[in-house]
Design a protein around this ligand. Structure first.
Ligand code: 5GP
Ligand code: ZN
Length: 139
């Protein structure tokens, strides 16, 4: 099936083979490549072949498949890299750290003593019931 692409999108070009990349996995819908500026050894990114800027725009079909790809890659990466852990991360919006506006999922291998920092301070939950109700109403 033809893919939805956007001109001038770097990840569309990578996912569809117009720009070469260090590919670790590929199927009809996704390409998984090594990050050009890795947070750790083996840092990879899963790129859907269909363009969508972020999670809000990802098709239900690609959304349903992407964690399966992450799972397969995680198993292979653990075997090849002997990492001690792995973070799966996906940024939406500049405030969340997104810099490339074609959805992608980071697979960041973790090694004992590494300097990767994905921490936040835990706050106090306020009005959780009310908040949950507001979100339920938004579906
Ligand atoms: P974001 O900050 O949007 O979640 O992640 C974008 C990621 O894409 C960054 O980690 C960045 O290093 C990586 N990246 C940006 N351009 C390229 C590229 O041309 N090739 C590869 N392999 N990675 C890229
Ligand atoms: Zn794109």
């Amino acid at each position: 099936m033809n893919k939805i692409t956007q001109p001038d999108c770097i990840f569309c070009k990578i996912a569809n083979g117009e720009i070469p990349s260090s590919t670790i996995y590929e199927d009809d819908d996704f390409k998984v490549i090594l990050d050009i500026n890795p947070a750790s050894k083996g840092h990879a990114i899963i790129i859907p072949k269909n363009h969508g800027a972020d999670l809000y725009e990802l098709s239900q079909e690609d959304a349903g498949k992407i964690m399966g790809v992450a799972q397969k890659c995680a198993v292979a990466m653990k075997k090849a890299l002997h990492c001690d852990g792995l973070n799966v991360l996906q940024n939406n919006g500049e405030i969340a750290g997104q810099t490339v506006f074609h959805l992608h999922v980071h697979l960041i291998p973790r090694y004992k003593g590494d300097t990767v920092n994905i921490n936040w301070t835990h706050g106090e939950a306020e009005d959780a019931q009310k908040l949950a109700e507001e979100i339920r109403q938004a579906f």
